[in-house]
Design a binder for this molecule. Structure first.
Ligand SMILES: Cc1cc2nc3c(=O)[nH]c(=O)nc-3n(C[C@H](O)[C@H](O)[C@H](O)COP(=O)(O)OP(=O)(O)OC[C@H]3O[C@@H](n4cnc5c(N)ncnc54)[C@H](O)[C@@H]3O)c2cc1C
Length: 388
């Protein structure tokens, strides 16, 4: 069957997940380890992802996407992450950019960009972080200065996913560096690569291989005023924060994938490996680890489902998304380490997938807002919802 025959259809969760599973088994699993170790960009898989419709997964069907609810999308992300987590970054950062345009853009911006994003013809991500500002987004320094009917952008963005292979980004800048509070002077632009927009370097990482993370430099880069998202200055911080809810659900879903793969590998291995005359799964010390791992996967999955359902219902869900992201990412880290212990020396070997899960898991505690910040967000919302 060709990929074209497998294009995902809207609102058919079972079929969608089946199609993704087949693709993962047939095309991704056989190459994931080798490409990850070589830190090789998966061009062929990206072409297949285009045909599967993944670059338009959460974009409305009226703009050419699949219009999948966050709940279905989260399940796709979990499945892909069980096989190779890096692949989810290729379409997720892209979909956060698309979400910023769909949720906050003008109709003209939606008509122009969303169909191109959905087909994967134009791919990219989000440029928020700078060398001196990550968690504290209001501390960014990149600026966009108005000049007639255009803006001139200067500044540097770092750690930007898809920055080398992608060509279009939702870029957070300051249009008023003196605004108080600073967030009121922040705006977001859709920027396409061109003169004045360059990539200074590719960043080397512990894990999350295969996908490009780079530093973007803007030197007198000109963007037309039509590319200011929503057409009004001062909204950028709110656009960025709005995009992070879906981003956090996605990171939580990736974490469930990593945690579950660690569990599945451990269940298999512990029934095969024997010590002192019996499979190690019959030693209580190993059983306790398996029980902990399995409980974490189930709890994390439920938190992701709860956050995604709240998102789909249009409810404010920063607390739910924060809880899902915080708990699931810690579960991924703990499960990866437990799996390594269960596998003994083989867990440390590059011939087993455990070492990859162990390298990929910590990123889940950092991306889309660190876990320290998630706890602060959860506590703030808790207090707000339970005022006495
Ligand atoms: C592989 C990778 C891919 C990424 N992709 C992207 C991308 O596509 N686009 C993008 O814009 N960014 C991206 N990022 C950046 C990422 O979002 C930031 O690294 C993250 O937000 C943390 O910012 P920071 O690294 O500057 O850490 P800092 O903000 O400097 O934080 C350092 C430490 O201080 C803690 N901390 C900070 N403030 C507080 C506080 N108020 N209270 C308690 N603790 C605090 C943090 O939790 C952390 O432990 C990526 C990062 C990585 C590693």
């Amino acid at each position: 069957m060709s990929h074209r025959d497998e294009i995902l259809s809207e609102n058919d969760t079972g079929l969608v997940l089946d199609t993704i599973e087949k693709w993962l088994e047939r095309d991704v699993a056989p190459v994931a380890d080798q490409m990850e170790h070589a830190d090789e960009y998966p061009y062929e898989l990206v072409d297949q992802m285009k045909k599967l419709g993944l670059f338009g997964a959460t974009i409305s069907s009226s703009y050419g996407g699949l219009g999948l609810p966050a709940l279905t999308y989260a399940k796709i992300v979990t499945k892909v992450s069980e096989v190779w987590m890096s692949l989810t970054g290729i379409f997720n950062s892209h979909l956060i950019m698309a979400m910023c345009v769909e949720k906050y853009g003008t109709e003209q911006q939606k008509q122009k960009y969303l169909p191109l994003f959905a087909s994967g013809k134009l791919r990219g991500g989000v440029g928020f972080t700078e060398p001196d500002a990550g968690t504290d987004l209001q501390g960014i320094r990149a600026t966009a200065m108005k000049d007639g009917n255009k803006y001139i952008i200067n500044g540097t963005k770092t750690w930007i996913t898809n920055s080398i292979e992608g060509s279009c980004f939702a870029l957070l800048v300051k249009t008023d560096s003196h605004a108080s509070p600073p967030r009121k002077g922040m705006s977001m632009f859709i920027v396409e690569k061109g003169p004045g927009f360059s990539i200074s370097r590719k960043l080397e990482k512990l894990g999350y291989h295969g996908i490009d993370s780079g530093e973007m430099v803007f030197q007198d880069f000109i963007v037309p005023e039509e590319n200011l998202i929503g057409g009004q200055e001062g909204q950028g911080f709110y656009n960025a924060v709005g995009g992070l809810e879906l981003g956090r659900i996605n990171v939580a879903a990736r974490s469930v994938g990593i945690a579950n793969r660690a569990l599945e590998e451990s269940l298999n291995y512990s029934q095969q490996r024997k010590t002192f005359g019996k499979p190690i799964c019959q030693h209580q010390a190993i059983q306790i680890k398996l029980a902990d791992m399995s409980t974490r996967v189930s709890a994390a999955r439920l938190l992701v489902e709860s956050a995604a359902s709240a998102y789909d219902a249009g409810r404010r869900c920063d607390m739910e998304a924060g809880m899902a992201k915080y708990y699931s990412s810690e579960a991924a880290i703990e499960n990866a380490l437990d799996a390594m212990r269960i596998h003994g020396g083989y867990g440390y070997s590059k011939e087993f997938v455990i070492e990859r899960l162990y390298r990929d898991a910590p990123l889940m505690a950092i991306g889309e807002g660190t876990n320290e910040m998630q706890r602060i967000i959860i506590a703030r919302q808790l207090l707000e919802r339970n005022k006495i």
